[in-house]
Design a protein around this ligand. Structure first.
Ligand SMILES: C[S@@+](CC[C@H](N)C(=O)[O-])C[C@H]1O[C@@H](n2cnc3c(N)ncnc32)[C@H](O)[C@@H]1O
Length: 913
């Protein structure tokens, strides 16, 4: 038995994971799932380190697709081995929390001083009353037993050399304490740390732990990304190699041997002892998972902070923001279940980040309902064309690329995170070799999905082989800045490390295509034992001194650190009294540096509609006048009907200065039930206001982040004409007060519309046929009226002969969809006393007012006090109903209403003044 990595990796998750300590998902994430960290702890308490392992085999606990043998089916060794495998950290396992917060770690070991009532001292014990026997006992067993044990034995009538019982016929030797823990296999060997290999010495004088981490950067590659021809020439295929101990090109041979040897000293140390020792010896261990679903999320927070928050807030090389204000942050998270990394990003960015997740289906799939810290409305799990989430499958990768590019305007994501790992139980030493396709595919995904200038972070284990180093070399040529870093949240005695690549270069397509073809080779040759042994020749790597020395040094430093930490765990396993004293201090300092709260995970409070409305009302900067209660807010403000434009004379009173107004085309007419205020209370909890009641939006699959209040309409979007016509529904946002807790009520109308556009881009799921598309209305200024109306089209409808229609506003997927125009809605943007004017000299709009001091003021940007807030604009809105005589209005052939010609004439007359 060779436990290669007692301190475990975050890697050992996957469907083959059969750790007995793993509880079925329903335990932790099911309907009765933990609602707060407190209750999670309670569950964990039940599984305290002393819980018999067999307890974890619920009789009906079964891995999908495999019937789990009962505990009794296993040999004692197997049981210990399995139990040990549960040590390998599995980010996706509910047990992570259990591991991270094991509440009994500093329990005194049982026995002395445990103070159990039945063993209590009494001053007048038999032992104290029989000094003769006491002396005899002490002479015989001096030093072997503690005072307390001796006293207990004497009190029970034990005489040295004599058996117990009436005739002193019992066994004379004390019964040995059982080394068996719980119901672990009887006969299992006692848990013990093996002897240290010769030539390995522990340095016990460690440097004081630090919260601040230093990054060792690789100097940028002077050469551009390699061409396809060169990469082709460099490639070597060969038979599969499954040994690692001769991989000494990129590491000091003594260190490689040390890493491999020092792991074996844990071969007969059991799982629990190892975990206890690991917990006590790591200064950063108690940081745990904080507010997130697992420790992995905190690891990403740690990495993000170390790299100046370049993931959650990417910067260009010149320090400017890489995400434009009119854009959301796009990220991808591959090999990512259950999704802690993404939960972290969403925690930072809310709906302003849109994530594309890709991971194997199965027990480690995404657990979106467990995203408590960052909600998942803008997260899109995708499993590829094969629908299994296997990143090795070339067809899946191609479809992932198409999926992501289509939703990012063909640009790709701002950054990609990859944290893949799977169980390598029993073959831990060759984890790197077994993970080569995982390394390859995650890097390939980055080249496929990350936009130029974007970032990439990927988890790697050892990087001793030419294949791995060649892969890193290719990335070094494809990104401007690259480093290998092991964050403090990555357990110090495992081989995990992260490759961080910043600013993807131009011209990486050949490398992408090449890695894709290497993956196809691995994918098809894997059964036949064929392999790719080299991506870049050793000579090329050695000639790049800068790169070669960096890898060599990094491997030596990380290897040395790993050895030292394995030895430290061994020391802590032997001496149960040892404990890192800096854990509390490190936790406090790290959380401060990473800008995380020192709090526990709690389920976000789910508010109902009225509570959400009350919360929104209390949060907005521009509260409504005429609404001193929630009731009056609903009645006087939200339920206020629009003003109706129904005769030409009203034009002048509504639109004194037309330039202060904008308009949108609605599908709803007067009193349409589809035109509503919508409130989002989180996820599918979306309601629409009808009179003063909220009605569930049941038949529409729409999800909105909590604390969202929008004004919108449900629109029938048509495709085709006449009898071939089909339609589907969509939600069109006209204006919004608050978007996922972000108050936009005081922004100008144009800014609010920009925010709504971002919101829709973030929320839309064009690949999900069930999801209701959500779009923002196109806002026109009044001087665009003539051109906007002339772009309307008559189209033949299924039931009516023709209707006035407009193309659907869809920024991402240009399509041929349209909707019927039922009215025009006018919204005022500029607040009195300001007015909008057009400069005669520059032709640009400017904003003008007379100041209180009597002096004129004019500005090219809307001054803050000229912005009409959302609620004011909403209550003053004007509707010009076109239905039921839309064509008459459009063709200006009616006298009963305002016609298109009336409007055009009026606008022209005001503008010419
Ligand atoms: C350590 S976990 C990732 C944890 C994740 N970063 C988080 O924050 O929760 C490793 C993940 O890699 C996934 N994985 C392993 N092999 C994969 C493959 N071939 N394709 C896709 N995902 C894979 C596993 O299923 C598992 O979900």
């Amino acid at each position: 038995m060779n436990l290669s990595d007692p301190s475990d990796d975050d890697s050992s998750s996957d469907e083959s994971f059969t750790a007995p300590a793993k509880r079925s998902r329903a335990d932790t994430y099911g309907a009765s799932s933990t609602t707060s960290h407190g209750s999670a702890l309670q569950e964990s308490d039940k599984d305290s380190p002393d819980t018999p392992i067999a307890d974890n085999y619920g009789s009906d606990f079964q891995q999908p697709g495999k019937l789990r043998p009962s505990y009794g089916d296993r040999s004692p060794e197997e049981n210990i081995r399995l139990s040990r495998s549960s040590l390998s950290e599995n980010c996706s396992s509910p047990n992570d929390q259990y591991d991270d917060y094991r509440p009994v770690f500093d329990d005194p070991e049982d026995g002395e001083g445990s103070g159990r009532p039945s063993f209590q001292d009494s001053g007048d014990s038999f032992y104290n009353k029989n000094p003769e026997q006491k002396k005899n006992f002490e002479e015989t067993y001096s030093g072997e037993y503690s005072e307390k044990s001796k006293r207990m034995m004497m009190n029970m009538g034990f005489k040295p050399g004599k058996g117990l019982g009436k005739f002193e016929h019992g066994r004379t030797q004390p019964v040995e304490a059982s080394a068996q823990k719980g119901r672990r296999g009887l006969g299992a060997k006692p848990s013990a740390v093996g002897a240290l290999p010769q030539d390995i010495k522990e340095v016990t004088e460690e440097a004081k732990p630090e919260a601040r981490e230093e990054v060792m950067w690789l100097d940028p590659a002077p050469d551009e990304p390699p061409s396809g021809d060169i990469l082709e020439k460099w490639l070597r295929r060969g038979p599969k190699k499954t040994t690692i101990d001769d991989e000494t090109h990129f590491v000091d041979p003594a260190i490689l041997k040390g890493v491999l040897d020092s792991k074996s000293i844990f071969d007969s140390l059991d799982d629990e002892d190892l975990r206890h020792a690991r917990f006590r010896s790591n200064p950063y261990e108690t940081i745990g998972s904080v507010i997130f679903l697992n420790r992995a999320a905190v690891k990403m927070a740690n990495i993000d902070a170390v790299f100046d928050f370049n993931f959650s807030n990417p910067k260009k090389q010149n320090g400017e923001d890489a995400v434009d204000k009119k854009e959301i942050l796009y990220f991808a998270d591959v090999c990512a279940g259950p999704g802690g990394f993404s939960e972290y990003v969403l925690y930072r960015k809310g709906w302003r980040a849109k994530g594309f997740g890709f991971t194997l289906k199965g027990p480690n799939d995404f657990k979106l309902s467990d995203f408590y810290a960052g909600s998942a409305e803008t997260f899109n799990p995708f499993y590829g064309v094969k629908d299994d989430g296997n990143i090795f499958n070339p067809a899946n990768l191609t479809s992932l690329k198409e999926h992501v590019l289509k939703q990012t305007e063909d640009k790709g994501v701002h950054f990609l995170m990859a944290d893949g790992g799977f169980s390598v139980e029993g073959q831990e030493n060759i984890q790197e070799i077994l993970s080569k396709q995982l390394y390859l595919c995650q890097c390939l995904a980055a080249l496929m999905l990350v936009r130029t200038g974007g970032h990439f972070v990927v988890k790697l284990f050892d990087v001793f082989t030419l294949f791995s180093v060649g892969l890193i070399y290719i990335l070094y040529r494809c990104f401007d800045k690259v480093c290998i870093h092991k964050p403090v949240t990555s357990r110090p005695a495992n081989s995990e490390r992260y490759l961080v690549c910043l600013w993807k270069r131009l011209g990486t397509e050949p490398a992408e295509q090449h890695l894709a073809s290497v993956n196809s080779i691995l994918w098809s040759d894997v059964e036949r034992g064929g392999d790719v042994t080299q991506l870049v020749p050793l000579k090329v790597i050695e000639e790049d001194k800068n790169f070669f020395e960096y890898i060599y040094k990094s491997n030596c430093l990380l290897g040395e650190r790993q050895i030292q930490n394995l030895l430290k765990i061994a020391r802590y396993s032997k001496d149960k009294n040892l404990k890192e004293t800096t854990q509390a201090e490190m936790k406090e300092q790290c959380l401060a540096l990473w800008k995380l709260p020192d709090a526990v995970r709690t389920q976000p409070e789910r508010r109902g509609h009225d509570d959400t409305l009350a919360a929104i009302r209390s949060m907005i900067k521009k509260p409504a006048a005429d609404a001193d209660s929630l009731y009056s807010f609903k009645t006087n403000i939200l339920n206020k009907q629009p003003n109706y434009l129904d005769n030409p004379a009203a034009l002048k009173s509504y639109f004194r200065n037309v330039l202060d107004w904008n308009f949108v085309f609605l599908s709803s007419g007067k009193n349409s039930p589809d035109l509503r205020i919508f409130i989002g209370c989180g996820g599918k909890q979306v309601f629409q206001l009808e009179s003063n009641l909220w009605r569930t939006v049941v038949d529409l699959h729409v999800t909105l982040p909590a604390k969202t209040l929008i004004y919108g309409e449900v629109v029938k979007e048509y495709r085709g004409q006449g009898n071939n016509q089909i339609y589907s529904k969509a939600l069109h946002i006209i204006d919004a007060l608050m978007l996922g807790g972000i108050d936009i009520s005081g922004d100008s109308l144009s800014d609010r519309i920009n925010q709504c556009n971002l919101f829709c881009s973030a929320l839309n799921k064009p690949f999900d046929n069930q999801a209701l598309p959500i779009r923002t209305k196109r806002l026109y200024s009044m001087e665009q009226f003539e051109s906007a109306v002339s772009n309307l089209e008559y189209r033949a409808m299924k039931r009516v002969k023709k209707a006035v229609t407009i193309n659907t506003p869809d920024r991402i997927n240009r399509n041929d969809m349209f909707y019927v125009v039922g009215s025009v809605l006018f919204l005022k943007e500029i607040k009195d006393p300001w007015i909008t004017a057009i400069s005669k000299s520059s032709g640009m709009k400017y904003y003008f007012s007379m100041g209180r001091d009597g002096k004129p003021k004019s500005e090219y940007h809307i001054p803050p006090d000229a912005k009409m807030d959302m609620l004011s604009a909403y209550t003053r809105r004007v509707m010009w109903p076109w239905e039921p005589s839309a064509s008459a209005i459009f063709d200006s052939q009616t006298r009963e209403s305002v016609t298109r010609a009336d409007m055009e004439l009026y606008i022209a007359s005001v503008l010419s003044k």
